[in-house]
Design a protein around this ligand. Sequence first.
Ligand code: AMP
Length: 399
Amino acid sequence: MKVLVINCGSSSLKFQLIETETNDVLAKGLCERIGIEGSNFEYKKGDGEKTGTLTEMKNHKDAVALVIKALTDPETGVVSSLDEIDAVGHRTVHGGEKFKSAVRINEDVIKAIEEVSDLAPLHNPACITGIRACQELMPNLPHVGVFDTAFHQTMKPEAFLYAIPYEYYDKYKVRRYGFHGTSHDYVSKRAAELLGKDRKDLKIIVCHLGNGASVSAVENGECVDTSMGLTPLEGLIMGTRSGDLDPAVISYLMGKENLSCEEVTDILNKKSGVLGMTGVSSDFRDIGKAAAEGNEKAENALKAYALRVAKYIGSYAAAMNGVDAIAFTAGIGENDADVRERICGYLTFLGTELDKDKNKTARGKETIISKPEGKPVLMVVPTNEELAIAMQTVALIKG
Ligand code: AMP
């Protein structure tokens, strides 16, 4: 089946058309600066060259129209008409407590996504705009919502409740939701397949280490804990996000720097993480280079980053009373051998040992990077959120 996967931001729209029989990406692209001067449309057909065109896009509907035109164009296209596409899968960030798996989108679903927009104000409204534009221009296709939060909905109260007055959970649903769920689900499935075992018989820790980063504990195929919380700010140190800190830091900084709560929250989201710790960059390639050149702040940031990941792995091994496999994924997890080595240096107490040679050459492909005699198995498993969305979309429409 052919599934068009759509991932909308407030001024961007990423897409991939995927053939799910073969997992081939038939075409993909990106609409940038939607509604802003200098909008750009990037498009790539299969293995072809990427093209970029400055094209006015006043809104998401213009962007979707361009996507459809490119996909069906006699020269650049990959289908002769929309009739050849079977469904549209929409990446949706926050599904609150309502959505525990992918759903066929209708007005009630859109209303429910709107209701939790407070929890993801940058993402959910953009997603709804994208869904509405797609529904308008592709009215005959089934539209499916795939939620970042859904995979984590199996967490029990002891994992998702915060130790604050219960009334805030009752009134406002303040709790841990977790994000990157599509990736944690996909990677834990692939990890089990690589081990030749059923995911239902395994305890797996997935470390999704990208610009945003989170760890999850997957026991018998279900998520039992994850490091991101009410919002994607909690947990690991990230590119620009602080992750865990003493909540009192917020009021302390507000007082000392005469900042509003929003301003401090903005600092914790956009100016913290390894960027804030080093002043160098949010990109781990730059941080690694600076550390190698003797920049002490960069070295400390890498050490702090690895320690935080290792502490989560240790706590999730405790939460599951054991761990069979630890999988590294996303930009840093798939590519940064130095960061993986730093993290795995803390894990020998579990009974595993990194094969440093295998680790050095493992880059962007599925690889076991631990020595054969040890357990848990350490592995690199590239994530593929678009493929996972396409697969969930197909599973849903096939019933
Ligand atoms: P993602 O959010 O999964 O796209 O990951 C993006 C991050 O991965 C970038 O900000 C980099 O810090 C990191 N990254 C990507 N490629 C590499 C690489 N080859 N070596 C180290 N870090 C990388």
